[in-house]
Write a protein that binds this ligand. Structure first.
Ligand code: F6P
Length: 326
């Protein structure tokens, strides 16, 4: 049980659609349990600069449907230093904050872990990242919206690819993970999907495209995860173009559109569940864990395990993609 009734809440790292829904859920749940919530602006940066303000129920009205984050976000270099962390801790103490809820991804929880090795304050993490690259939850907040955004972009590109009989290489985000590529690629009917978790064989991609050409396929889409070891979409396109000169080829980088927009129903509900779970976890004396949903139930994963690397995308999905594109 935390001693004082005031918790700090912040978003950190890349924003993700649904972060606002999570903020709303945390604030309203905290109020429900008679806790005060201090919103810390711009993640660890605002913690160091003492940019904090009390949040009430009204301050989170009308945000469940909004992308971005009302608390703003940042990636903080200063928080990597002992001085930065010490200043942040001093500010938390001066604000009487005795528990923290951090909404973010891999970098956020690595930061929290480093902070907690030096300073003691019970902290609960909520997974908010479009990349879906955390252990301990089936899905992260923002991922569903991002894959739908990517899918819609692929659908639109399919129209123009088909009209011109073109080959497109579409690059999607995901940092060094291929989750966005895998799902949006399957949903968009991609001819090939290149992800960092499985070795890319460009000769096989070339063969597949050549077979498509032979049977007069009118459009071809290769979805490339930005972290694929063969390089981004431009690099892959260059390599393939040299061997398939008959194709009229284009490259499209979907980019930050994947981070914005209204969260999907799935993301809003996930954020609402995890916001409630995070506050209840703090109240129940849990600390230094990320809440998640595994097989439909709430789960708790220590930060250092949530951020472990070498995630697996579901290779069965890759197999499905291969069968369906032929
Ligand atoms: O982690 C979310 C993410 O959008 C990644 O998919 C991407 O690699 C990165 O952030 C981009 O970061 P920035 O917005 O700082 O360029």
């Amino acid at each position: 049980m935390i001693e004082k009734k005031r918790i700090g809440l912040f978003t950190s790292g890349g924003d993700a659609p649904g972060m606002n829904a999570a903020i709303r859920a945390v604030v309203r749940t905290a109020i429900h349990y008679d806790l005060e919530v201090v919103g810390i602006m711009r993640g660890y940066e605002g913690m160091i600069d003492n940019e904090m303000q009390l949040l009430d129920s009204n301050s989170v009205s009308g945000i469940i449907n909004r992308g971005g984050t009302i608390l703003k976000t940042a990636r903080s270099e200063r928080f990597r230093t002992d001085e930065g962390m010490a200043k942040a801790f001093q500010n938390l103490q001066s604000q009487n904050i005795s528990g923290l809820i951090a909404i973010g991804g891999d970098g956020t929880f690595r930061g929290a872990n480093a902070f907690l090795e030096k300073h003691s304050i019970p902290t609960i993490g909520i997974p908010g990242t479009i990349d879906n690259d955390l252990y301990g939850t089936d899905f992260t907040i923002g991922y569903d919206t991002a894959i739908n955004t990517a899918m819609e972009a692929i659908d639109k590109i399919r129209d123009t690819a088909d009209a011109h009989n073109r080959l497109f290489f579409i690059e999607v985000m995901g940092r060094d993970a291929g989750f966005i590529a895998m799902r949006s690629g399957i949903a968009g009917g991609a001819e090939a999907i290149l992800v960092p978790e499985s070795k890319t064989d460009l000769d096989a991609v070339i063969d597949l495209l050549q077979r498509g050409w032979n049977r007069k396929k009118t459009s071809n889409i290769v979805v490339v995860a930005e972290g694929d070891e063969a390089g981004g979409a431009f690099k892959v396109a260059e390599a393939v173009k040299g061997k398939l000169q008959q194709f009229d080829t284009r490259v499209s980088i979907i980019g930050h559109t994947q981070r914005g927009g209204a969260p999907t129903c799935m993301d809003r509900v996930l954020a609402s569940r995890l916001g409630v779970a995070a506050v209840e976890a703090l109240l129940n004396g849990k600390q230094n864990v990320m809440v998640g949903v595994l097989h439909r139930d709430i789960s708790y994963t220590p930060f250092n395990q949530a951020t472990k690397h070498n995630l697996d995308v579901n290779l069965n999905l890759l197999r499905i993609a291969e069968i369906l594109s032929s």
